[in-house]
Write a protein that binds this ligand. Structure first.
Ligand code: SF4
Ligand code: SF4
Length: 297
């Protein structure tokens, strides 16, 4: 009933797992932090207990309901211009998905009575890929994204952590096989090996999270990306199955599709505000986006 309701609300897929300590992921996270692969994202060092065990995050947590929402755009930017990651084309996914998750939580409460829980979209210490994997929605590929055999990886992930006991799904196996297209295609060497990312070398980090200057060592390496990067997803064969964003709030502002290089270089603060008023691109701020453009131009 929960899964069918999730689909009717517009989610692509839904999987459910028992809430508890994530043993393997806790070890991996410790090592990732120890090696400094998180760059300046120091917030990742906080809330280790909550990050690895949702029962420390939500009182009485019994189950994690993972949900995915597709964002592959039907129309894309012109080919000869600066690029922004496809996840940021439409309205900020945090806002869109939060509202859908709230609807699902209300449904659970109405249907079963007295259900309490919380919704999360990349906004609190929840390891969303690990939970989605546990719930059988896909496997974590060599590019460190969650991959679905049915839908590829161009989707957002969110969760409801609830105090209900439910029926649980089981994980699926890894279908990357001998492929290593993502590793070979990564222009900055951020994928240092299968299933290993050095976020401090990743274009997504360098163009969004990194607040200082972009290190000179990366000049000339990262093509046309000015906000995020999709290369390791674009080359993944499983993304031939990517599903289009159907949600009306995820459709791009028409100007985003038509901006030329010169338009980007001359983008005014007002035009930036108009195009990205509700978009995740606001995270980089106008100054950040212009820094990224200047680095490439
Ligand atoms: S997003 Fe781009 S830079 Fe980051 S790992 Fe993937 S291909 Fe490399
Ligand atoms: S490109 Fe190949 S190795 Fe990389 S995530 Fe996709 S299937 Fe796995």
């Amino acid at each position: 009933m929960i899964k069918s309701r999730a689909r009717s609300l517009g989610f692509l897929d839904c999987g459910i797992s028992r809430a508890g300590f994530l043993q393997d992921e806790a070890e991996n996270l410790k090592q990732y932090l120890r090696e400094g692969r998180h760059g300046d994202m120091h917030y990742m060092e906080n809330h280790f207990d909550k990050r690895t065990d949702p029962t420390s995050l939500v009182e009485g947590a019994r189950s994690v309901i993972s949900l995915i929402l597709p964002y592959y755009p039907k129309q894309q930017q012109r080919n000869d211009t600066y690029r922004i990651s496809k996840y940021a084309y439409g309205k900020d996914y945090h806002i869109v998905m939060k509202s859908m998750l709230r609807d699902l939580l209300n449904f659970l409460d109405q249907e079963y009575g007295g259900v309490s829980g919380r919704s999360f979209v990349d906004s609190a210490p929840v390891m969303d890929k690990a939970w989605a994997q546990k719930a059988g929605l896909g496997w974590i590929g060599k590019n460190t994204n969650l991959l679905s055999r049915k839908y590829g990886s161009f989707f957002y992930i969110g969760e409801l952590i609830v105090d209900m006991e439910l029926e649980y799904d089981t994980p699926i196996r890894d279908y990357c096989g001998t492929c290593r297209q993502c590793i070979d295609a990564c222009p900055t060497g951020a994928l240092t090996g299968p299933y290993r990312i050095d976020a401090s070398r990743c274009i997504s980090y360098l163009t969004i999270e990194n607040k200082g200057e972009i290190p000179e060592a990366f000049r000339g390496t990262y093509k046309d990306w000015i906000f995020g990067c999709d290369i390791c997803q674009d080359v993944c064969p499983w993304n031939r199955k990517a599903r289009y964003a159907e949600h009306e709030d995820l459709q791009p502002h028409p100007d985003l599709l038509s901006l030329s290089r010169t338009d980007w270089e001359q983008l005014s603060r007002e035009h930036f505000r108009e195009i990205f008023r509700h978009s995740a691109v606001k995270r980089a701020k106008y100054e950040g986006l212009m820094r990224n453009i200047q680095f490439l131009s």
